[in-house]
Write a protein that binds this ligand. Sequence first.
Ligand code: PFF
Length: 454
Amino acid sequence: MKSENRSSFTGKVGFVLAAAGSAVGLGNIWRFPYLAAKYGGGMFLLVYIILAVTFGFSLMVAEIAIGRKTGQSAIGAFRQLNRRFSFVGYLAAIIPTIILPYYSVIGGWVMKYLAGFVAGQSSAMAQDTYFTDYIATAGEPVFWFLLFIGITAVVVMLGVEKGIENVSKFMMPVLIVLILIIAVYTIVSMDGAWEGVVYYIKPDFSHFSLMTVVAAMGQLFYSMSLAMGIMITFGSYMKKDISIENSTHQIEVFDTGVAFLAGLMIIPAVFAFSGGDQSALGKGPSLMFITLPKVFDTMPGGNLIGAAFFVMVLFAALTSSISLMETIVSIFCDKLKMKRIPACILVFGISVALGLLSCFGYSILSAVTVFGMTFLDFFDFISNNVLMPIVAFATCILVGYILKPKTVIEEAEAHGGTFKQKKLFSVMIRYIAPVCIVLILVSSILDFFGIVKI
Ligand code: PFF
């Protein structure tokens, strides 16, 4: 993108809200709770929070500073900083291309549930096998997936993101209040729910495994929209007089807060409905869609509450999918010299093709697995556990050893800004983060090829 065309955020609030809109999405409400349930409850939460305030913080500051300093999105930014690191920009650009299709499949599930609650079908949706039966059909999930990705594409094509963002600014606080109400309702009214609260909040070291850290770190990248060039792009739109450090803290607190509350809503409900059968915790991607409808079904006015909940989740998902598609489209426009509309159509086409694989992976292609995973799980794994760590590692090396942390620190302190945690930042980016990432990457790859089960 040429600098004269770059718009900039009107102020700090604009920047933080746009970045938070991208960060808060299905990752927080759907992905975080099922990973926390699966990988150790309180232990996962603890590891996640420690990583967020150290590792996530440092990487986000670095990415925003890189974007603001160069005024470019990922590919241009990495090339400008060091030619040998151009490949990182390209790698970062592939990640949203892999995520968007399967993100939209899940967005389609959300729309299906929304339609179900609007039609008053809460008791049907509360049945144990409703969700698995539904995704095993070949037609309907495709329809909802196409609708979700279609809406995303139309918004990006027409450039009306602002409209969606404005609605979502209002929806977000309501979503948080609703999550709280659902959590309190479950905990107070259902037998066994308290056990779930304890499992979720109290770290139990016997639940710790290397996979806890691997999963927490993958989730951190995903949830904070890190290691895929998005925060670099956002940084390039950010004005110089806004504090990078404070903005990062705000995005982080907001993002982690929503994830925490989503876990508090879902995990106790799993305990309440499974009657102590811990295997229910390992349900994975389907967890939210199986557990929450049961809660809504027991609530007075459950259809209305269910519908309200899924409307808000839908908006949170749309702000994220729009930012994913926007990033890919802007790369296609810049690099392939395409016009916006053809680029949107091309990205839509690629997303439909890859998304159909994820959709059919539960139905007509269910016999096909990639390294033992369904297509959706595979795309999720390869982006979060393999590609993102590589991009994050390269970013640490570039910032920590080639540019040196002072480049980022100077950018953060430009125009009288302060950077209180610069010591933490330097140590993280040079030593701790790269070592952790390599460990994570190696263990993911060993796990991937089935060499070691972690
Ligand atoms: N951070 C989003 C979420 O947690 O749902 C997912 C996401 C959105 C990742 C946008 C990347 C992105 F560019």
